[in-house]
Design a protein around this ligand. Structure first.
Ligand SMILES: [Zn+2]
Length: 70
């Protein structure tokens, strides 16, 4: 089930839409259907915040250099 993020050029609203059969994305604010499709949210989230959390100074990195940033 592909999840896409759309941006409405009409009112600037950004929202996620789960694509289903014969159900085009529609702006929840103004109902516009000419939307700009952005990157898949699910893919962007996994790669960014869950897979490789950036080392934080307060934690002193991962401690063992396992993250490759030391
Ligand atoms: Zn809109």
């Amino acid at each position: 089930m592909p999840l896409y993020e759309y941006e409405c050029p009409n009112c600037g609203e950004r929202f996620e839409h789960l694509t289903r059969t014969n159900e085009p994305a529609e702006c929840p604010k103004c109902g516009n259907r000419k939307l700009t499709k952005l990157l898949s949210v699910a893919a962007a989230r996994v790669g960014k915040s869950q897979d490789m959390p950036p080392c934080s100074n307060s934690f002193g990195c991962c401690g063992g250099g396992a993250c490759g940033l030391q």
